[in-house]
Design a protein around this ligand. Structure first.
Ligand code: UT7
Length: 329
């Protein structure tokens, strides 16, 4: 069985168009001061007309493949994490495969909201455990701007569009970056605190009916905040304990980018100084599943993460779902 999981390349993409807090002040009753102080967000990227999750996924995937020195045709599996797929059928993974000009690979979408990337990575590990020669493209892509209620100031200021990708394969003991271990969890009883119900089969709708607020992200922010801090902290503690790693051994904390105050709170719990905590929420806002792979790709490319670093990843999202992972660079 394969036990070495090597990340061969990182890629990320964000649409050209930028929506600043000042732009939002013209759309809803909000201020740059409120958004910055409550979330740390200064701007977000928004897709162009006609641009889709799979378009962004393809950009991020090509970058990750190029970094890995691999051709798309070498892939055996494509896993896409998204809660904003291009369509219900076909899956965004299938659309992405076609856009990469390849066919034959197993393609599947994973739905775990903001924890989607870590869930997809764990799925990829499973494929590798079954097929040691597998070469798995793991992408997260979100077009949250099309699932945003632009009349709801409590949510519309929080999100952005982006995609991130990695290629996961087997490898030798000494190869890096190596995905050492992961833990994932969920609590479906809290699902109603963060939802996009519209379009789902439990919520009947008929042709010609108007689209209501239930088609867009709805969140009880305060409650979600508390669960996010609590669960990210506990699953990181559990992973470190299982792996026999002390807090002081972590070189970089790279959490899901939902709110600077959440990132900061998790960093404090682990006594990790702010300069070792990666954050790009100011420039991207919350890009849900895409936030961790975008942050990873940026952190690697800018040298924030250095060879030899032990990096702790953690996520929290709708479902509720949450997770943690350890990567040795
Ligand atoms: O990625 C998946 C997981 N997501 C998260 O983890 C997000 C978790 N939640 C949060 O990050 C925060 O709860 C928010 C940023 C969403 C909200 O911050 P908060 O400090 O919890 O604010 P709040 O929702 O309790 O609202 C405080 C006040 C309210 O006014 P009153 O009732 O005190 O008069 C809101 O109406 O702020 C008001 N408010 C706003 N004011 C200006 C809410 N949104 C805005 C806004 N601009 N955009």
């Amino acid at each position: 069985m394969q036990t070495n999981y090597i990340i061969r390349g990182f890629g990320h993409y964000a649409p050209e168009r930028v929506l600043t807090n000042a732009d939002l002040e013209k759309i809803v009753d909000t201020t740059d001061e409120w958004i910055t102080s409550r979330t740390g967000i200064k701007q977000r990227h928004i897709v162009a007309e006609g641009e889709s999750a799979s378009d962004m996924a393809a950009q991020a995937a090509r970058q990750a493949l190029a970094e890995a020195g691999m051709e798309p045709a070498e892939l055996t599996h494509i896993v896409v994490a998204t809660f904003t797929p291009d369509s219900m059928i076909p899956s965004t993974a299938c659309v992405l495969q076609s856009k990469l000009g390849i066919s034959g690979q197993m393609c599947v979408d994973v739905s775990a909201a903001c924890s989607g990337f870590l869930y997809a990575l764990q799925t990829a590990r499973g494929y590798l455990a079954l097929e040691p020669e597998a070469k798995v493209l793991v992408v997260a892509a979100e077009v949250i701007s099309r699932r945003t209620n632009w009349d709801d100031r409590a949510t519309c200021v929080l999100f952005g569009d982006a995609a991130g990708a990695v290629v996961l394969t087997g490898g030798g003991e000494d190869e890096r970056p190596r995905l050492l271990d992961m833990m994932l969890a969920a609590d479906g009883s809290l699902g109603d605190l963060l939802t996009v119900h519209g379009g789902g089969s439990a919520y009947a709708y008929k042709m010609g009916e108007p689209v209501g607020p239930e088609y867009f992200v709805q969140m009880q922010g305060r409650e979600t905040f508390k669960h996010a801090v609590r669960n990210m902290t506990s699953i990181c503690e559990a992973l470190l304990e299982r792996h026999g790693v002390g807090k002081s051994e972590i070189d970089v904390l790279l959490p899901h980018q939902a709110n600077w105050r959440i990132i900061d709170a998790v960093g404090r719990k682990f006594e990790i100084p702010p300069e070792k905590v990666f954050a790009n929420i100011d420039r991207y806002a919350n890009t849900s599943a895409a936030s961790i792979p975008v942050a990873l790709s940026e952190a690697v490319k800018t040298g924030f993460i250095k060879p030899g670093d032990l990096v702790l990843l953690t996520s929290f999202g709708g479902g509720f779902t949450w997770g943690s992972a350890l990567v040795r660079f």
